[in-house]
Design a binder for this molecule. Structure first.
Ligand SMILES: [Zn+2]
Length: 387
């Protein structure tokens, strides 16, 4: 009957160990996965930055889900180098091509002054709030932490911005910027569900912030009670991961397009008209931009704004919710986004159609000959400015 010591010696004889300096060299070189096989309470106190966490007891059944590519080199570590030696042997048996165990473990690593950090984890309250996300392997704790660390800017707290902001706040997007310069009017309440009768006369951004923070106190709502213009757009959008565009006029859409290209920020675009809505995603230089889709604005008499045209009250709820879905997909890298596709919804037909949209090689904003874009106020022709 072998003793535990015999088993450890057998395991160590069949694997390779690396010392701490060699492990650090591998960490700095990248292209290697560090696998932390300690228990959750040990991991939460501190871990090697970027390490994948999988307790030793779950290794056999979960490692292929966590580390699907068996050709990527792995450095396994635990607290002292024992559990990691057994884990490395098991992974070799499972077909992982290049697995080493870090001798000395995390305790020696930490004592030696090597880099470590307390990993971000969800609080018990967050685990409860987002449990339906955690049950989706495509989101999980990593995805929820990504959402909590994400910043999304909503252009407008109106018809489209209302449902988009509510669902993004509920989903736990950690920072929501809201830009709007209007006050709440009773005629908004037919569709702008961020606001209510008590807020009539209030600034829309203040009303939006109240509603969103009462829905989810995790969300930091940053308000911009200004008109979005050439003078401020680059400063405002800087640092956001995604822009949700719910604006209703052409000069602003072209301005947003050109500024987002310059800053390389994806834009989830939505528009509504009477009983119809459209959604698409503009991913700078990876798909068409707004100018590829609509090279020039229609004449003013053919392009009435919402205020003049009328819109079915529920319609922005559907379109803005699709914008929220696309935003979360972009943030988490999930599924097929609407990059390169325009989704058109017709409420009277009750139909959805998608149309392919391609990059325009002669696009004056994102085409190869477009040159450098200068952000400036647009006239009714909305052509991009040049140096
Ligand atoms: Zn373009």
């Amino acid at each position: 009957m072998p003793t535990p010591r015999d088993l450890l010696n057998q395991a160590k004889a069949s694997i390779r160990e690396v010392d701490l300096p060699e492990a650090q060299t591998l960490l700095e070189a990248g292209r290697v996965t560090f696998l932390d096989v300690r228990e959750p309470d040990e991991y939460e106190q501190g871990a090697i930055p970027g390490a994948v966490h999988l307790p030793r007891g779950h290794l056999e059944f979960q490692v292929e889900g966590k580390l699907p590519d068996k050709s990527v080199p792995v450095v396994v570590y635990c607290a002292g180098g024992v559990r990691s030696a057994f884990a490395a042997k098991t992974m070799g048996d499972l077909g992982y091509a290049d697995v080493v165990s870090m001798a000395g473990g995390f305790n020696k690593w930490k004592d030696g002054g090597y880099p470590w950090a307390a990993p971000k984890t969800l609080t018990p309250a967050q685990r409860n709030r987002y449990q339906r996300h955690l049950l989706l392997p495509e989101v999980g704790e990593t995805g929820q932490l990504t959402l909590l660390g994400s910043k999304v800017l909503l252009l407008g707290a109106g018809g489209l911005g209302s449902p988009a902001a509510l669902y993004l706040a509920a989903a736990g997007v950690g920072t929501l910027g809201v830009i709007d310069m209007d006050v709440v009017d009773e005629s908004n309440l037919q569709r702008q569900i961020l606001h209510n009768m008590d807020r009539v006369g209030d600034r829309k951004v203040d009303s939006a912030k109240k509603t969103l923070t009462s829905l989810n106190p995790d969300v930091n709502v940053v308000t911009y009670d200004v008109r979005l213009g050439a003078d401020n757009i680059l400063d405002i959008i800087d640092g956001y991961d995604v822009i949700v565009d719910g604006t209703d006029n052409f000069p602003t859409r072209y301005l947003v397009n050109d500024a987002s290209l310059l800053k390389r920020i994806p834009v989830v675009h939505g528009s509504i008209f009477r009983f119809e809505g459209q959604v698409t995603v503009f991913d700078p230089y990876n798909g068409p931009c707004y100018r590829c889709l609509i090279p020039e604005p229609p004449p003013a008499e053919l392009a009435p704004s919402c205020a003049e045209a009328g819109v079915l009250g529920v319609l922005p709820g559907i379109v803005g919710s699709i914008q929220a879905v696309e935003t979360i997909k972009v943030l988490l890298g999930l599924g097929d986004t609407l990059v390169g596709r325009l989704l058109a919804y017709d409420a009277l037909e009750q139909s959805f159609r998608t149309f392919k949209v391609r990059r325009d090689p002669t696009c004056p904003a994102c085409g190869p000959d477009a040159g450098e874009i200068v952000i400036a106020e647009y006239d009714e022709l909305c052509m991009p400015h040049r140096h």
